[in-house]
Structures are given as C-alpha cells and as structure tokens.
Design a protein around this ligand. Structure first.
Ligand code: FES
Length: 89
C-alpha cells in the first residue's frame, strides 16, 4: 500500500491559527497507522498567499489542500483514506 503523504504547514500564519496543535497529530495514531503515513512539517505551503483558499491552518494530504485544518478533520480524512480504520482524538 502506498503511503499517505501528510504535509503540515508550520509557517507563522498557520502556526498561530492552530497549526501548532496539528504537530501533535502523530500522537493520535497507532503504530500501524504511522507506518502508513508520511508525516512532515513544511515551512509554508504557499496557500496562505492564494485568495482562493480559506483560512489557515493548512495541511496537504496526498497533495490535496485542507483549509482550517484541525486534528479531528485531518484524522477523519486519514481515516477515510485508510478505508474506515478508526482514528480519533
Ligand atoms: S504559513 Fe501556512 S500556508 Fe503559508
């Protein structure tokens, strides 16, 4: 199975809008789920400069942007991509 790429923006705009909590995402995953994810922090995803996107914080999952990302919403997206395996916070 190909890994799910999760890029969490650690830029200032995202960080102050809640991105700091997203950096705890890994704590909510089981070891098996961690094996299936490629988690990384990115200094700025360049979404904060594009008016077509909403509010920070931003995350990209397999290249797809998520706006106003929260730990819960990211876990839900990951859960859906993993085929419904339970992931919650
Ligand atoms: S600071 Fe997060 S997208 Fe730019």
């Amino acid at each position: 199975m190909e890994k799910i790429n999760v890029s969490i923006c650690t830029g200032t705009s995202c960080y102050v809008m809640g991105g700091s909590e997203l950096l705890l995402l890994e704590e909510y995953l089981t070891p098996e789920q961690r094996e299936l994810l490629e988690l990384k922090g990115v200094s700025c995803l360049d979404l904060c400069h594009d008016a077509k996107y909403g509010k920070a914080p931003f995350v990209k999952i397999n290249g797809q942007p998520m706006e106003q990302a929260s730990v819960q919403s990211v876990l839900e997206r990951i859960n859906a991509l993993l085929g419904g395996e339970s992931v919650s916070c």
